[in-house]
Write a protein of this length. Structure first.
Length: 382
């Protein structure tokens, strides 16, 4: 049996109800997803949510417990990995230590008996693309981690595989290199347009790299969508928390309409956007950067913080009606300096911990008033 796209372009890869159990534990539970040719899809979720399991099922390194995988309509989940011919990049590089960079990259072409002249040309081209042309004769052990990962990427793309699979390829690199390599991977995808599934637990990495995100939790799909969709309209509380809605207030529902909902208890009231059906108690989620410091009080002196009055007419707002902003007050406990902004932990008067990111200069012990417009508050079922 030969694949419709043993090399080169595919139209789509389809996963249908793909499950994988380890004993009684379901690591991946009925995953449905379709990847279009040329797309860069990020599989995103916290450690242990089943990302590697899903990727290894696609690669053929792990048999499915249930479901099917189809490449351009042909079933591939019964094929061994070498018949699928996908390019793989792992966290630990997995290079042949005794082979030069060039030989590592040429290995797959050699196995396919690609003629020597073509092989040389394609290897040189792949090494140029990952900016390692100068290092072709080195052994992997004499390269930095970032360079080794570039070799692994060159080795995966040189075959122009129907699918490139990457499992946390940047997580062994230091922060600066990670950013640099992220741009590299994006650039290579823009140049070659290879269909790619990229596994990461880093939401920023996923948002910046992918055309589409697939978010998993405990082996179950939570949301699939463009980075913007997932970032601005998380499907549930879990995705919201993962996308930076770090503050969550579980409160009784006291009012609202079809679009908004109002929650209140113990001197804390919040109006937000209704996300789905809500029972009598719901959870309001707020990003630290969406909280604006409208007022700080050090002992008896009151000052209005300059440049933060972006929400008109809200400083004196009495708890945030549907039209106005929500107001919260509390005491600053911890401040971390992050350059242009600071991250502060505030304890609300009702005793809730609150994360705030603000350009305002705060100090521990200060009393602050914070505001957040209702459209920046998402309310989910608990
Ligand atoms: P991720 O890549 O998202 O961190 P994995 O796919 O590696 O998650 O793992 C998903 C779940 O399956 C985890 O709970 C993990 O402990 C479990 N698991 C993974 N591999 C095995 C294995 N070989 N045997 C038993 N359990 C496993
Ligand atoms: Mg993993």
């Amino acid at each position: 049996m030969s694949l419709p796209a043993a090399s080169g372009r595919i139209s789509e890869l389809r996963l249908e109800g793909v499950s994988r159990s380890y004993g009684a534990r379901r690591a991946l539970d009925g995953l449905d997803m379709t990847i279009k040719g040329g797309e860069f899809v990020a599989l995103l979720g916290p450690s242990g949510c089943g990302k590697s399991t899903a990727l290894n099922c696609v690669a053929g390194l792990l048999p499915l417990t249930e479901g099917r995988i189809l490449l351009d309509g042909t079933r591939i989940d019964t094929l061994p990995p070498e018949k699928r011919g996908f390019g793989m990049v792992f966290q630990n590089y997995a290079l042949f230590p005794h082979m030069s960079v060039r030989a590592n990259v040429a290995f797959g072409l050699r196995m396919r008996r690609t003629p020597a002249a073509e092989r040389r040309e394609r290897v040189a081209e792949a090494l140029r693309l990952v900016q390692l042309g100068e290092y072709a004769d080195r052994l992997p052990g004499r390269l930095s981690g970032g360079q080794q990962q570039r070799v692994a990427i060159a080795r995966a793309i040189v075959l122009e595989p129907p699918l490139v699979l990457m499992d946390e390829p940047l997580s062994n690199l230091d922060a600066a290199l990670r950013l640099e390599m992220r741009t590299e991977i994006r650039r290579i995808h823009q140049t070659l347009g290879l269909t790619t599934i990229y596994v990461t637990h880093d939401q920023e990495e996923a948002l910046s790299l992918a055309d589409r995100l697939v978010v998993l939790r405990d082996g179950v799909l939570q949301q699939a969508g463009t980075p913007e969709e997932v970032y601005t309209e998380p499907a549930n509380r879990f995705v919201a928390a993962f996308m930076g809605y770090r503050n969550a207030f579980e409160l009784p529902v006291v009012g609202g309409d079809s679009r908004t909902v109002r929650l209140a208890a113990d001197g804390l009231a919040l109006t937000g956007v209704r996300r789905g059906e809500l029972p009598g108690t719901a959870v309001a989620c707020v990003r630290p950067e969406d909280l604006t410091v409208t007022e700080t009080v050090t002992e008896t002196v009151t000052e209005t913080v300059a440049g933060t009055g972006t929400v008109a007419g809200t400083v004196a707002g009495a708890g945030g009606g549907v039209a106005g902003a929500n107001t919260l007050s509390g005491t600053v406990e911890v401040v971390e300096y992050h350059g242009r902004e600071s991250a502060a932990q505030v304890r609300t008067d009702g005793g809730h911990p609150l994360s705030v990111k603000t350009p305002a200069r705060l100090a521990p012990g200060e009393r602050v008033t914070l505001s957040v417009p209702p459209e920046r508050v998402l309310v989910f079922a608990p």
